[in-house]
Design a protein around this ligand. Sequence first.
Ligand SMILES: Nc1nc2c(ncn2[C@@H]2O[C@H](COP(=O)(O)OP(=O)(O)OP(=O)(O)O)[C@@H](O)[C@H]2O)c(=O)[nH]1
Ligand SMILES: [Mg+2]
Length: 603
Amino acid sequence: MEKEKIRNIAIIAHVDHGKTTLVDRLFAQSGMFRDNQVVEERLMDSMDLERERGITIASKNGSFRYKDFLINIIDTPGHADFGGQVERVLKMADGVLLLVDAAEGPMPQTYFVLKKALALALPVIVVVNKVDKPAARCDWVVNEVFDLFVKLAAPDHILDFPVIYTSAKEGYATLDHTDRQGTMEPLFELIISAVPAPAGDLEGPLQMLVSSLDYSPFLGRLAIGKITSGVLMLDRDVVVAKEGKDSYPARITKIYRFRGTEKVETDKASVGEIVAVAGMESVTIGETLTDPLTPVPLPGIAIDPPTVAMNFVPNDSPFYGREGRFVTSRHLRERLLRETLSDVALVVEDLEESSGFRVSGRGELHLSILIEKMRREGYEFQVTRPQVLYREEDGVTLEPYEELTVDVDENYMGRVIENLGSRKGMLLEMKQENGMARLRYKIPTRGLLGFRSEFLTETRGMGVMNYVFHGFDRFAGEIKNRTKGVLIAMNECTTVAYALFNLQERGRLFLGPGERVYEGQIIGEHSRETDLVVNPAKGKKLTNMRAAGSDDAVILTPHVKMSLEECISYINDDELVEITPISIRLRKQILADLERRRSKSAA
Ligand SMILES: Nc1nc2c(ncn2[C@@H]2O[C@H](COP(=O)(O)OP(=O)(O)OP(=O)(O)O)[C@@H](O)[C@H]2O)c(=O)[nH]1
Ligand SMILES: [Mg+2]
């Protein structure tokens, strides 16, 4: 493959601005599919969790042909918690498409991903997408994007960015946004002309920076990256090197190119190409495959530090091992370490005091997606409440802050402002327009824990919130997590409708009748501040008195069903979430009431 005919682009944007949908259109209009072929929507979102949630979680490589060009495209996630991936996959790109929603304009993650692209001096094509929306305001958006480039001190040649207007949904791209029709042709042409062919010397020593990893059940680990120098050949010896680390020899057993969304085998690939290679079981992101005789490791990949940590501990509840396949500490360790190989923004450390691991990541969603993946694979374990990672500098405690943007109906604004105030948010900016308000806050990451579900309730599901890592700053003071205590099961039993009916007066229940629960399990929220131990199996006293209609068919208020994310942000420090492939249970760390009270009074 001649490198002049290759273009390597990454597609970056804020969440939901239409990246994956645009990739669909580029694939379809490049003639990749047969005429009558049924192609799924958002084809690149191939993971189950991505389909269910409608978001991209993992970045992916693909390619399409245009005329005699091969265009490698990397679809990236827009959610802030997965920002670490964007940072590393940009190393494979020679240019980026920066998508911006034609109505919303630049959002926090637009700023973050643009900053990362500019740090690598990549040329940017600004793609104003969703121009079909009635609320589209293209000129305004382009101005806002320009201001963003200026704010990020983009050099002049990048500041002079080309702009194109698209509707990924309707399948056209135009250079003049008043003309809303056509095909993707203008975008194909712009990619060819505005993104340079990959640089690098064909005759030079081999260099390929591993920027992404994948797995194959047959081949094991696959290392993905762009060849920036030389040629990669099958069955040829290479070394895996990293600056400041010992290098080790390896042998390439398979080489794949990306064709469409598939991988196609080849026996040789050269400078400029993006490939996946097999043969190295322990290779990790940030290492360089290079020539054994003249090894030249590339600079590794610097990644923003994690902001939130949770403990993952082996399950020790009375129901241990009933529902999961992988339950031991060893299983957990092996799985978590495997994850860190492909996710460089994740840090896993052994706990010192007890068995288990401290897992640090970029946010609640980052960690809860990992938990969800593991439970689907058959793992059973427990997690503690997320904690933000503090930092000491010159004797001052610093904590991570996020920049938060919320869009709400003006009617709900008061409540949201009050809530964010109690979470130590600082209002930076407020704009009101057509009955909607956009609020911009600086808020401790701590204050955001558990905010999403409250926010959705407060705005009746109509609010939109987004945040992006802002930086470390002074500790903001105490933030109260939850104001209520919990209802705790007294002993192992099966819940009974009659008992639950009576407990409803005491608070909100988290489960219904006929559920097996254990001593110390949390079955609901108390309406007061204190915890309350209750008996959810208490039947009706048998008496001779039979009041009219006093049968067992009590009618229960529907119980509260919390999602995994809600459970995680709900618990306190003396509580755990027990996770199995089948159940998510909340529990007290110390199960026996007496012991719990003793430990409390000792503390
Ligand atoms: N009206 C309109 N909707 C669009 C357009 N492009 C995408 N959408 C819709 O926007 C939503 C998000 O699209 P995605 O392609 O998943 O967005 P994304 O940027 O890949 O999202 P993440 O990967 O999660 O960051 C979907 O409901 C799309 O149908 C467009 O041009 N016009
Ligand atoms: Mg996507």
